[in-house]
Design a protein around this ligand. Structure first.
Ligand SMILES: *[C@@H]1O[C@H](CO)[C@@H](O)[C@H](O)[C@H]1NC(C)=O
Ligand SMILES: *[C@@H]1O[C@H](CO)[C@@H](O)[C@H](O)[C@H]1NC(C)=O
Ligand SMILES: *[C@@H]1O[C@H](CO)[C@@H](O)[C@H](O)[C@H]1NC(C)=O
Ligand SMILES: *[C@@H]1O[C@H](CO)[C@@H](O)[C@H](O)[C@H]1NC(C)=O
Ligand SMILES: *[C@@H]1O[C@H](CO)[C@@H](O)[C@H](O)[C@H]1NC(C)=O
Ligand SMILES: *[C@@H]1O[C@H](CO)[C@@H](O)[C@H](O)[C@H]1NC(C)=O
Ligand SMILES: *[C@@H]1O[C@H](CO)[C@@H](O)[C@H](O)[C@H]1NC(C)=O
Ligand SMILES: *[C@@H]1O[C@H](CO)[C@@H](O)[C@H](O)[C@H]1NC(C)=O
Ligand SMILES: *[C@@H]1O[C@H](CO)[C@@H](O)[C@H](O)[C@H]1NC(C)=O
Length: 433
């Protein structure tokens, strides 16, 4: 069982003692960035902008705005909370939400530190949220004002690390009558980055694989996300248990701890990648996402998939997608998500929910092959968290066949290539894997 999320470029292969030493130096010197580094979203961050709007007799009024600059990591229900420590003895006099978007519920505010203001965005594209704070600290001027320290962002759980506040060029605002441009007295930016390692000690998601050309279904590695504890009753739920519904409904819904269906992998989510069909110029993949956590309904989930052929998706059924290009020239990564009101919701109710989609990919003749597991994804994230792949050694193999490469027409199933295996549209063993 491996749980690593190394950058796909610049990897170091240790050779003997020298190599190990190099690797150690490498990891020390780059500790701060590898910690939060996501190769598929290298600049991903949440920026908090703290604009001092006016000086008041005893402090200042600030508008605090949060920008989510992450490609695919949205803030899940129950929303984010932001905390900080005041640098001096400031007091917050009031706090209001909804400068640009919805209201944050700050009504329960009591002076004290750190203060939290929760918010529950309803739209993942709604990447900006803002609220206003008034800070009291007698005799403050722009020379003596201090920005709060130690910002902590929970969205909703742990995982984000925020850097120190930096004084930046003051923000300019356009007045509501659009006639005047005003400028903040002072502006600080705080950048927060996400690290899956900080968010959770164990993985939460795994990948299983199958193909039309081999009956083997490669399940998620055993104990990927944890091991079943047979001696501890109630650590997971047997889906065939007659008491299933009462167990699920009775056990504290409010808690964030997952209530998992008993599986060999014990992950909350499994993504199944089935290489379904082979045409002359195209091939087809079926993706199934299954939720094993009875305490979670995923709304507005997303899946990030990296595969060399994703540079040319021809058709995607029932999901939506967007290509991600984290670097210039890297075009093999796509983000998929559900269609609103149809499958953007991965339920945990009753028989565990799953959502499915098929992707039709156009073959690039120079690279396409079913050999050596090429047709399987290189990397998958569910809601921004890395899904553990099976070991490449166990990927389904292509059976030995001599009839490779004889043309067949686009509309019919490939009759020559892998003839005996292509007859069935779907591998009967993995209908609902
Ligand atoms: C945060 O994200 C924005 C937008 O992608 C980027 O311009 C900025 O450089 C990032 N900041 C850091 C500190 O990475
Ligand atoms: C502080 O305020 C004075 C006068 O209002 C202004 O000249 C100065 O540039 C300000 N300094 C900073 C760091 O904003
Ligand atoms: C901020 O956090 C650091 C490390 O956790 C701590 O040493 C420091 O005292 C904190 N500062 C404030 C003002 O709380
Ligand atoms: C501060 O953050 C805002 C909002 O993300 C951004 O527009 C601005 O460019 C940032 N300033 C600097 C100097 O990074
Ligand atoms: C299983 O649960 C028992 C009782 O709670 C505990 O003592 C034991 O350490 C657990 N074993 C594992 C492998 O987690
Ligand atoms: C998930 O959604 C289903 C169907 O709407 C509902 O019955 C169930 O209570 C929800 N579960 C949770 C944990 O919210
Ligand atoms: C992508 O597919 C289209 C047709 O679906 C084709 O015309 C184009 O050449 C393909 N591009 C690459 C780079 O393979
Ligand atoms: C994707 O990138 C590769 C290599 O950088 C390039 O050969 C290929 O044409 C690109 N595909 C598209 C559709 O741009
Ligand atoms: C299917 O793949 C497995 C490896 O996962 C291999 O052991 C087996 O021989 C393959 N089956 C056929 C018919 O080639």
């Amino acid at each position: 069982m491996e749980y690593t999320m190394l950058p796909s470029i610049g990897s170091v292969s240790p050779r003997g003692a020298f190599g190990v030493l190099l690797l150690l130096l490498f990891s020390f010197s780059t500790f701060t960035w590898t910690e939060a580094y996501d190769p598929l979203d290298p600049t991903g961050n949440i920026t908090i902008k703290w604009d001092v709007i006016t000086w008041t007799p005893d402090g200042h009024v600030a508008v605090v705005t949060m920008y989510n600059f992450q490609q695919y990591r949205h803030i899940q229900s129950p929303g984010w909370s932001l905390g900080w420590t005041w640098a001096k003895k400031e007091v917050i006099w009031n706090m209001m939400g909804g400068q640009t978007t919805e209201q944050g519920d700050c009504s329960k505010f009591k002076a004290g530190i750190p203060h939290c203001c929760k918010k529950d965005p309803t739209d993942p594209s709604n990447a900006v949220s803002s609220f206003q704070v008034s800070v009291g600290s007698a005799g403050t001027t722009n020379k003596t004002v201090k920005v709060p320290k130690n910002f902590t962002l929970k969205a909703p759980g742990p995982g984000y690390t925020c850097g120190p506040a930096k004084i930046v060029k003051p923000t300019t605002f356009i007045t509501s009558d659009k006639r005047r441009i005003t400028q903040a007295m002072m502006t600080w930016n705080i950048t927060c980055t996400y690290s899956q390692f900080l968010a959770q000690k164990t993985p939460s998601c795994c990948v299983s694989l199958s193909s039309f050309y081999n009956d083997t279904v490669v399940n998620c590695p055993t104990c990927t996300c944890g091991c079943q504890n047979k001696t501890e009753p109630g650590s997971c739920v047997d889906p065939n248990s007659p008491h299933l519904s009462s167990v699920v409904s009775s056990s504290g819904k409010a808690t964030n701890t997952p209530l998992l269906q008993c599986t060999s992998h014990m992950c909350r989510v499994r993504v199944h990648w089935h290489v379904k069909l082979n045409y002359k110029e195209y091939w087809r993949v079926k993706i199934t996402i299954t939720n094993f956590n009875y305490r979670m309904n995923y709304s507005q989930w997303n899946l990030v998939v990296q595969h060399p052929n994703l540079d040319n998706i021809t058709q995607l059924f029932s999901f939506q997608y967007k290509s991600l290009t984290p670097y210039e020239g890297l075009n093999d990564t796509s983000m998929l998500w559900g269609v609103k009101f149809y499958n953007d919701f991965l339920s945990s109710a009753g028989p565990l929910g799953n959502v499915q989609s098929e992707i039709l990919l156009r073959k690039d003749k120079s690279t396409f092959t079913f050999d050596k597991g090429w047709a399987f994804p290189r990397r998958i994230y569910f809601n921004g968290d890395n899904c553990v792949m099976p070991h490449p050694d166990v990927y389904p193999w292509l059976p030995n066949t001599k009839n490779i490469g004889i043309p067949c027409t686009l509309s019919e199933y490939c009759t020559s290539l892998l003839h005996h295996l292509c007859k069935d549209k779907v591998n009967p063993n993995v209908k609902n894997a």
